[in-house]
Ligand binder design. Structure first.
Ligand code: AP5
Ligand code: MG
Ligand code: ZN
Length: 213
């Protein structure tokens, strides 16, 4: 099962992708998490990506596409994968399709989580993320069992550098300009499914499971 999560920053792509990965036993591949891990480890890729991420801009396609194509060819992706935050531009979607085509494969599902912009801005202020494993929490809607501590790995929870209100606004603008056109791209491919992302976490997940079967 090969799945793409679409949706604005803060729509809940990561939250739902983790649940999908668990239920269907496929890896969760988040380009944002990969870049943040590289930043934490001080790699060359991390240094380059940080310049763009801190501004709320997209990391250039050249730094992104090969990384994902390599990742989906690893052994653990044999039964599929859930992509979170990739593709984010039409050229990225085309690069993904081209890579799959070489193996006579296509994507199966593109799940668009719909949340209005004003709702997003409210959500982002309460988000906390684990510095260690990337798990995401919300101080109101999805709090950890112990304040400031990750339920999964005990790591410390922090506010992401790009969750400042002005950077969130910039990310939303970039989303509407560069990523939203993918909704039509996948509608034309016949694999688009939209879900209402303003529901509770569990209700959003039930709707997704109905789609995936
Ligand atoms: P990335 O890490 O992908 O960030 P994003 O797309 O902006 O999305 P977020 O991770 O902010 O939100 P999400 O949809 O995962 O929501 P979450 O589940 O956390 O990318 C970061 C940056 O990296 C980009 O800006 C770019 O620079 C770069 N980048 C990454 N991929 C790239 C690519 N392919 N090309 C170029 N550049 C790339 O949920 C948000 C909050 O809401 C949480 O607190 C959560 O608990 C809460 N929440 C979730 N669902 C609900 C609900 N139903 N009800 C109430 N609260 C909820
Ligand atoms: Mg995310
Ligand atoms: Zn953790």
């Amino acid at each position: 099962m090969k799945i793409i999560m679409l949706g604005a920053p803060g729509a809940g792509k990561g939250t739902q992708a983790i649940k999908i990965a668990e239920k269907y036993g496929i890896p969760h591949i988040s380009t944002g998490d990969i870049f943040r891990a590289n930043i934490k480890n001080g790699t060359e890729l991390g240094k380059k990506a940080k310049e763009y991420m801190d501004k709320g801009a997209l990391v250039p396609d050249e730094l992104t596409c090969d990384l994902v194509v390599d990742r989906i060819h690893q052994d653990d992706c044999a039964n599929g994968f859930v992509l979170d935050g990739f593709p984010r531009t039409i050229p990225q979607a085309e690069a993904l399709d081209a890579a799959l085509q070489k193996d006579n494969e296509t994507m199966d599902f593109a799940i668009d989580i719909e949340v209005p912009d004003d709702n997003i801005v409210k959500r982002m202020g309460g988000r906390r993320a684990c510095v260690n494993c990337g798990a995401t929490y919300h101080i109101v809607s999805a709090p950890p069992k112990a304040e400031g501590v990750c339920d999964h790995c005990g790591g410390k929870l922090t506010i992401r550098d790009d969750d400042k209100p002005e950077t969130v606004q910039k990310r939303l603008t970039v989303y509407h300009d560069q990523t939203q056109p993918l909704i039509d791209y996948y509608r034309k491919a016949g694999i688009l499914h939209s879900v209402d992302g303003t529901q509770s976490l569990d209700d959003v997940f039930s709707e997704i499971v109905k789609v995936l079967g």
